[in-house]
Design a protein around this ligand. Structure first.
Ligand SMILES: Nc1ncnc2c1ncn2[C@@H]1O[C@H](COP(=O)(O)OP(=O)(O)OP(=O)(O)O)[C@@H](O)[C@H]1O
Ligand SMILES: [Mg+2]
Length: 238
């Protein structure tokens, strides 16, 4: 179990995360939903342990062990992985080599994974992970890389961003694939079609968990209330 306890985080004078509590168990799918700028990606970075994202208050526990002070690399070794909202590009490395980096990976496994993310292996194995790859293709390669890592906890930051609407089914398939492997999946999204397939949702507003519970209920509330919210990014009671 991965647990965030009373986490706060500030950038300069700006308190972005204002005391959140969350729990994630392996084999379950969670959604973090909320409008632009409410702090969703920030929560992902805090869990992953990016160097600029140490909480100013609170603790993160992995199976009861306090990991708040662990680096990104140490957390990655413990089985936490992040799919970036905007993945980086690298010159001089092919998709095949990128996907088998430092690992004794079979070619067949890479090919199967590329098929899972709707990339035809014969067309993509020898392509370079550089600027010539479109944003959507790059995102799919990153998705494949995440799958091959077999993480215990995977944070997917807007897995649908930059990907055509036809691929929404693929993303749901990938989420279910992670679930079957026994991973805890934490999906950051605005999309109802994706959120509805998650078991439990956290609705974020202004750096706080505004509402949490069964995804269908939270998504229905989000659609009714947040889509045309007049107080974007500050809570009513503030
Ligand atoms: N380096 C920074 N300096 C100051 N404020 C920042 C910085 N990075 C992020 N923020 C602010 O923190 C808030 C949360 O940002 P975050 O990226 O977590 O939002 P988000 O919910 O992921 O939004 P989106 O849906 O657009 O991806 C935003 O208001 C943003 O402007
Ligand atoms: Mg974001």
């Amino acid at each position: 179990m991965l647990e965030l306890r009373d986490i706060k985080y500030s950038k300069g004078d700006n308190e972005i995360i204002k005391g959140i509590n969350m729990k994630f168990e392996e084999g379950n799918v969670y959604c973090i939903i909320g409008n632009n700028g409410v702090g969703k990606s920030t929560i992902g970075y805090i869990i992953m342990g990016l160097s600029d994202y140490r909480p100013s208050q609170g603790n993160i526990f992995l199976d009861g062990k306090d990991i708040t002070e662990l680096s990104l690399t140490e957390r990655a070794k413990s089985g936490i992985s992040l799919l970036w909202q905007e993945p980086a590009r690298f010159d001089g490395i092919t998709v095949e080599n990128y996907l088998k980096l430092n690992r004794d990976m079979k070619k067949e496994e890479i090919e199967e994974t590329l098929k899972l993310v709707n990339l035809e292996p014969s067309r993509y194995m020898r392509r370079y992970v550089d600027k010539k790859l479109s944003g959507g293709e790059r995102k799919k390669v990153e998705l494949a890389s995440c799958i091959l890592l077999k993480p215990k906890y995977v944070i997917m930051d807007e897995p649908d961003s930059g990907i055509d609407i036809m691929s929404l089914d693929m993303i749901v398939k990938v989420i279910n694939h992670f679930k079957k492997m026994g991973s805890a999946v934490i999906v950051i999204t605005h999309r109802k079609e994706i959120a509805i397939n998650c078991g439990y949702s956290y609705l974020i507003c202004a750096g706080k968990v505004f509402l949490d519970g069964e995804s269908k209920k939270i998504v229905s509330y989000y659609e009714k209330t947040c889509d045309n919210c007049g107080h974007v990014n500050y809570l009513e009671e503030e």
